[in-house]
Design a protein. Sequence first.
Length: 196
Amino acid sequence: MHNGDVLILASGSPRRAELLTQIGVAFQIVPADIDESPISGELAADYVQRMANEKAAAVAALYPHRVVLGADTSVIVDGEIWGKPLSRQHAKVMLTSLSGRCHQVITALAVYSSASLDVVQSVTEVQFGALTAAQIHAYIATGDADDKAGAYGIQGAAGCFVKHLSGSYSGVMGLPLYETAVLLGKAGIIVEPGNE
């Protein structure tokens, strides 16, 4: 283990912080300041991995002797990358489009340690049941859709929209725990669930 070194999470996401705490990892939060614009023609899986890599690299440049975890999550619908909604009207359009359909959630991870880089992706298929206009309106009014990729957070009230899920529940939240534990273990960070 990296003696006395605490993992750096290159993300300001409260959900990622909550998940790391849940598996007993001590960490410091240093959000990465990068341009998150997709490149024209960039495939969704490539975009998500590039974002995770760039977040981790930006913070690792500031803390070269620490282990840095970068992550990025996107909702993919018909091959199109969906980030956070631009407005509540945009959230309504997103949720209406997700109603009764399947979509993918891709979360990419990048761990920098001692000048090495390990990366992995978690892909989860999520099927929503049919949503009524009233359900969508009520959910948006809670404010929970405002800062979530695809305009929903599976761990909140929108969990009742999910008819079926194939993959990683925590990956949909923004940090697939199995893959995170494997990468951190390779970097010398001990994962001890229950050691909060």
